[in-house]
Design a protein around this ligand. Sequence first.
Ligand code: ATP
Ligand code: MN
Length: 484
Amino acid sequence: MFNKRTKIKDLLAQKPEGQQVTVMGWVRTFRNNQFIALNDGSTNNNIQVVAGLGKFGDELLKRITLSASLKVTGTLDPSLGKGQTMDLNATAIEVLGDSDAEKYPLQLKNRPTLEYLREKAHLRFRTNTFGSVFRVRHALAFAIHKFFNDKGFVYMHTPIITGSDAEGAGELFRVTTLPFDKPPRNDDGTVNFKEDFFGKSTNLTVSGQLEGELAATAFGDIYTFGPTFRAENSNTARHLAEFWMIEPEMAFYDLEDNMNLAEEFIKYIIKYGMENNREDLEFLAQRLAEEEKQLPQDKRSEMGLIEKLEFVLNNSFERLTYTDAITILKDSNHNKKKKFQYEITGWGMDLQSEHERYLVEKHFKKPVILYNYPAAIKAFYMRQNDGCAEGQQTVAAMDILAPGIGEIVGGSQREERLDKLEARMKEMHIPVEEMWWYLDTRRFGTVPHAGFGLGFERMVQFVTGMTNIRDVIAFPRTPGSAEF
Ligand code: ATP
Ligand code: MN
């Protein structure tokens, strides 16, 4: 058996009393031809392997280089040196894989930048920063499943290839097997998708919500957690062309129930990370503090990462209507001094990211839930609020805005009344006939229901303090880039 090894994380939790152990990992440093810092990805902490002088031949020692992989057996003893509590005194060292230190792309001593590491994404997991980020990402994914499982939600796998555009936003990646240089055409010159693989035009999903609603109206509570794709050409620090989304959908929920669940959910994920990944978060907090030292004083965060997460856990999110938000923005000094790039034109306007960030970071200084948006700027399936003034029709939508990130959750109560839904779809030119399956939930035992979508990477950004979304997904897909 090859894989009889102790993980370094578990090793470091043991009491060193001369017990024999085997570890395997990659060399981080090798000092004085004697001390090897070995890392196996279970923690950022290395085990100090001591290759006692004279015990190993020069041929072997020469092969202990940066990022070479080793199998080491030895005894775990209290350390004589400073900086670590235990040493692994090697009795056997085997080089599993050599590494030419001169050619190794990540020379840790010159502190590669995050931008540089993005180009070496195949190796960046071997750095402390990305070790921490991806262990935290894993833990948060696990926490998400645990949260819903404990509440009796059913995990639904909604299709990746779909024939519908949930948002009607048209930011779709088409899926086709037709020859793109000479596709079959209809008499009017348009492409004949009847001859395509699925007999119709299909695309990668932008959201699993519509299918999620079908399941929620049978199971009550469901969630999805899967990849979503948007061909939006936004080259920002918070948009990916391929990202992971969590979409719970709950029958017998109104907008307030929805907001309550979303807030509880976000806090649960953060708390889970704080309790289970403390070491990684402390490392990331330090990293962020270092990074922010480069920024001018007014651009630095008021709180450290850990402090920020604790603050979010211990305070309720500010809830206010879109209409109130517009008033605050209009009356703000920021607006009066014309400091917004996009003017506050008044009720009905779509909020830009700078407006959202003003509310969250400058005005309330905490996460904010905005709700009851104008119908005109939201999707067709959102529930139309009753009793709105003429020209001020709102829908029961809500967005959660987080400091440093902006929108992290988008959700709504869904329109469960068939007549209202159909009327809205016609107004918005959504093909009612094609959506017969969706409308059937409103025909047979319709119920009030609601749901939301949380962008997983934005959540990971928030918890890890990473400023660019490309640094919290292993192999980012963005406009012009699909490497690895
Ligand atoms: P934004 O205005 O930031 O583009 P959106 O309104 O398009 O967001 P929704 O359609 O409501 O977002 O999607 C739900 C959630 O998915 C968002 O709250 C966000 O957390 C996440 N999200 C949306 N688009 C992206 C993207 N391109 N990359 C990463 N996450 C995204
Ligand atoms: Mn978007």
